[in-house]
Design a protein around this ligand. Sequence first.
Ligand code: ZN
Length: 511
Amino acid sequence: MTGLLIKNCRLEGLGTGSVYSEAGRIVKVSEEATQNVPEGTEILDAGGGSLVPGLIDSHCHPFEYGWLKRNIDLRGTTNMTGVRLRLYSGIQKAKPDEWVTGMGWDQETFSDRRMPNRFDIDDVSPDNPVALSRICGHIALLNGRAIEALRFQERVGSEYERSPAGELTGIVKEAALAEVFERVPRSPERAAADLQSVEVEAGRLGLTTLHCILSPEGFAEELEALAVLHSSGSLSIRFRVYIPPKAMDYVEGKGLRKKMSNDRVRLNGVKIYADGSLGARTAALREPYSDDPSNRGILRQSDGELAALVERIDAKGYQAIIHAIGDRAVEQAIDALAGVAGAKNPKRHRIEHASLLPKDLRSKMVHHGIRATVQPLFITSDTWAADRLGSERALDLYPLKSMLEEGVVASGSSDSPVESMSPVLGMWGSMVRAGLAPDESLTLTEALGLYTSNAASNGFDETGSSLVEGGRADMTLLDSDVGGMHPALFRKVGVAATVADGFAIHSFVGA
Ligand SMILES: [Zn+2]
């Protein structure tokens, strides 16, 4: 196997140096700009760019992102006219009665900030059922044909929004979405193609490992796609897989856990939802929403139900990861995890997002060694946070610096397709914070730690988290020397090369 030399690179703490790797392992880290290597070695000249450990996205939905690339992408629309235009072109390609789906609208980016309803889209979609999920994935807009096809007319409950006159508005929330998206046709072949298109993009963005969350509706096809791609040697980066609770029996029945326990594809744990999102006002809060005083959000299950589920996951030896955004949901998640975590939390159970996290909850997390994954780009996107929470409570939103200083092991992620998958943008978001509690801004070393050492630890991957001899040859080469760079400039940093398992899977630098 040919080795790989990266020369003229900036190494943290060492200055300019070079790194030689072979057979997937780092063989020599030198303080010299280059080193003697065997003939035939592939050589990349970093030109003074920083070399860092391979970057890890510790919470993303690659199958959903791949699906979105094939469907109607509504991200970036600023009014319902834009949504209608994109929907109209999608409808033109569909046969009558075929489901038409899309994702990515956000009423907060619309000029009138009005929540859309079925009457906004019924006239452009008279012959097809339509489901368009909001950017957060916790709310969807259905047209009249979809309401009929799903037989939702008689449904009651806060998941099915009704107008003051009692009519369904077409807006459905949380658990109702699963029923909607179960109707979408799926196949392992399509899931495999989706995953491969996202893998290529991840490599270009400098990612060598993805913590991959499978969907509650499509997990069987997604697991099969992962297994087929892995056994044919088609995967170039690492996948740490998280399944929905209902997939546990399926996985056991098929003996998939053993098959997915290698260095490339590993079934790590189970993802649970405790609540919804702040954008959709379904995140569960201790006190009501500041811009909707009758509403405290939605808990997906009772305290007892969540605790029982966590116990079952823990007993099977899985890592439990719980989506919790509002402080009420985070508290529920901590209490459930505390029951199995003890003081050291050996299974590294985590809370995903942990968005509204006041001091008392941070202390409880530290006390039980409960970990977190955070999404720094939410900080720059949630421009409406102070409206939802009031300016006082918003100070406890995404308190990244306090979390790290107080001892929460927090790792960085995109929640793609909710945000861009770029870890460079994620690091930038954690350093600039765009006006939201600027005291919580991270330094470059801390920002990098979110996507390297902490992410590795949160996924049981320590050996890939630093550039040391004998360590895994997962490396990301940036196109500039980022040491001492002003945080605002970091946004423009490019990825010159990505090396996974000793192979340059993406590179635009020569020898
Ligand atoms: Zn997510």
